[in-house]
Design a protein around this ligand. Structure first.
Ligand code: ZN
Length: 413
């Protein structure tokens, strides 16, 4: 892939170049047996060698303990607004922050085993707990046990130096579960559709902001159409929007839906989980069905991956594979993990989604990445710890999917 961004020090030094082209490192974690890997799994954030890790874990544990201690009992007769104001003053917080912390504590009280796990590893911060609370607030209490189980699984490490799940991974997993739990319900709970509206607001510089409330999938379709015109014409998004609106152009958009069939949970573009009604709507519009097992092992004789391969990589990765980066896969380049010029094949098992910035970082040789057959990416930074990122998209949920070759196979090539 070509790179557009340039770096002030983009020419790699000789030492960098040697490191980059060096042999694939002998890895102590190379196991083909997943159970062995699981037994020795740990979080990258548990790497006690760094003081930052230790401090953050301690802070996360303290947060959970303290907020639990000052959370009122359910049947306590209490003036909530008074309490929020008092805590805000004592802790120098905003009232909204206090509310979020209390909700997180309440959630932990209802999920005692998940709380125990969080206290054990110290890997879950208040922002993540608030995120989990927001995802689960419309789940009836009696159904929380299933979600607790999913959270425990998600927040238990299954490989070494594993990056703690991102909010996107949590959203993906919980929304999929929410659809299967709520839809399997006898009386089938109605999920309220999002508000539809069209509003305008004046801006200080004489402009107007146009706000349209739509279903998430509808909004994605609109955005994809505008983006495709902007890209084709080389113009800004608002101009592309106007061109479309004035019928001066047309747009062809491709949206991918990941799911086994029209009856099961399905995900649009790697991050929008569709309810039954929306799945039925899209089932009418699908004009191409791709088979995962077939394309997964397919190899192109050349550098450029097929559209189907790109769709699979985006569905597996959901976002950029660099540690800590959450640029959506639809905005990412599809990168050869082992460079094509060095013999890396164009196959899903050797392709990953990388944002432009991190694509450049790997191309420049400032970091080395290896992917194993489970789609896990091992990021080797010179002179630093290895960090492992695991795929977080809807296709990563496919049980026992093998995405490519093991390192041993690579070395043998
Ligand atoms: Zn990135």
């Amino acid at each position: 892939m070509n790179t557009q961004e340039t770096h002030p020090n983009s020419a790699p030094s000789e030492k960098q170049e040697a490191w980059r082209r060096g042999p694939i490192p002998e890895h102590p974690w190379e196991h083909n047996n997943l159970n062995d890997v699981k037994l020795n799994a740990f979080w990258a954030s548990s790497a006690a060698r760094h003081p930052l890790s230790a401090w953050i874990r301690e802070r996360n544990r303290n947060d959970i303990t303290v907020w639990e201690q000052i959370l009122p009992d359910e049947d306590e007769d209490i003036d909530m607004h008074h309490l929020l104001q008092t805590y805000a003053a004592y802790g120098a917080f905003g009232i909204g922050d206090v509310r979020t912390h209390l909700h997180a504590a309440l959630l932990m009280r209802e999920m005692p085993r998940f709380k125990e796990l969080a206290l054990d590893f110290g890997h879950i911060n208040q922002a993540m707990l608030a995120h989990i609370y927001r995802e689960l607030r419309d789940v009836p209490k009696e159904k929380l046990a299933e979600f607790e189980e999913a959270l425990i699984e998600m927040f238990s490490p299954f490989t070494q130096a594993q990056e703690v799940p991102s909010k996107r991974r949590v959203t993906n997993r919980l929304r999929r579960l929410k659809i299967s739990v709520l839809e399997s319900d006898e009386e089938e709970e109605e999920i309220d559709p999002p508000a539809r509206y069209l509003k305008t607001a004046d801006t200080p510089r004489g402009g107007t902001v146009l706000k349209i409330g739509l279903e998430a999938d509808e909004a994605r379709e609109v955005l994809a159409a505008i983006e495709s015109v902007a890209k084709r014409e080389g113009i800004e998004l608002p101009d592309a929007f106007l061109m479309l609106m004035r019928q001066q152009t047309t747009a062809t958009t491709i949206l991918n839906i990941y799911g086994p069939d029209a009856e099961s949970p399905a995900c649009l573009e790697g991050d929008i989980w569709l309810c039954k009604a929306r799945r039925q709507y899209w089932a009418q519009r699908v004009d191409k069905v791709r088979d995962l097992p077939e394309l997964k092992d397919f190899m192109v004789e050349g550098h450029d991956p097929r559209e189907g391969q790109k769709a699979i990589v985006r569905g597996r990765d959901a976002h950029c594979r660099a540690p800590g980066c959450t640029v959506k896969a639809r905005y990412c380049d599809i990168d050869h993990v082992i460079e094509y010029g060095l013999g890396g094949p164009t196959t899903v098992g050797n392709l990953q989604a990388l944002c432009r910035k991190h694509h450049n970082q790997t191309t420049d040789g400032r970091v080395r990445v290896f992917m194993d057959q489970h789609g896990r990416c091992y990021w080797h930074y010179p002179g630093m710890e290895v960090v492992v990122t695991v795929p977080e998209g809807p296709l990563a949920e496919v049980k026992d999917a093998h995405w490519g070759k093991s390192w041993k196979d690579w070395s043998a090539r």
